[in-house]
Design a protein around this ligand. Structure first.
Ligand code: TMP
Length: 207
């Protein structure tokens, strides 16, 4: 098992309310229990620059923000995160578990916002040292279930219309169809333990 996860770059992603932050924590703990050095980060954020960019992106005061501006800011935060954290960690042989990555920009700005999935990937190719993780696990959730998990003040992205959020979900599904060798879609409408089990199975299979 150790060999399957050491040095791996694993991303959990999906629509708001899919439970990925909880699952990223559980996965990090499980990987640690396998005796593997593991780091877990969130995108956007983690670095000082990234957290400042996150504040700009999520503050409802900054509405409306153009979709292409969102793309550039998310990508900038990500580039900094790679330079400061992910790149050095992977080079040291650690496993990195990410809460979101470029798959989010593809689904949110690329598909729901209309910027274009291909254009997001092209931009990522131009400004990130690595676009695709070893595996991206998409936690698919229906809107009603997601809403029950978001019982708090919503940020600028979460406040976008139901229509936009539905397109985000479709965007993640479309991305999984486009790159079946890079992304795995899991049903995250189930309880925390069942979803965790599916994630462990996916990671253990070395996907
Ligand atoms: P989080 O709350 O899951 O950390 O994500 C912050 C919000 O930013 C969430 O609503 C999803 C959104 N987002 C994008 O729109 N594009 C992106 O590239 C990323 C990483 C997040």
């Amino acid at each position: 098992m150790k060999d399957r996860v050491a040095g791996k770059f694993i991303v959990l992603d999906g629509p708001d309310g899919c439970g990925k932050s909880t699952q990223a924590r559980l996965l990090r703990d499980w990987i640690g229990q396998q005796g593997v050095e593991v780091c877990a980060y969130r995108d956007p954020g983690t670095t000082v620059v990234g957290e400042k960019i996150r504040e700009i992106l999520l503050d409802p005061v900054h509405d409306p923000m153009a979709d292409n501006v969102e793309v550039l800011l998310y990508m900038a935060a990500r580039a900094q995160l790679w330079k400061e954290k992910i790149g050095p960690d992977l080079a040291a042989g650690h496993c990195v578990v990410m809460d979101r990555w470029i798959s989010s920009t593809c689904a949110y700005q690329g598909y729901a916002g209309g910027f274009g999935i291909e254009k997001v990937i092209q931009l990522g190719t131009d400004c990130l040292e690595r676009v695709w993780p070893d595996v991206t696990i998409i936690l698919d959730v229906d809107r009603d279930t997601a809403m029950t998990r978001m019982d708090r003040q919503l940020d600028r992205m979460e406040q976008k219309s139901n229509d936009y959020q539905e397109k985000v979900r479709q965007g993640f599904m479309k991305l999984t169809e486009m790159f079946p060798e890079k992304l795995v879609l899991l049903d995250a409408n189930q309880n925390v333990e069942k979803v965790h089990k599916q994630i462990i199975e996916t990671v253990s299979a070395g996907k």
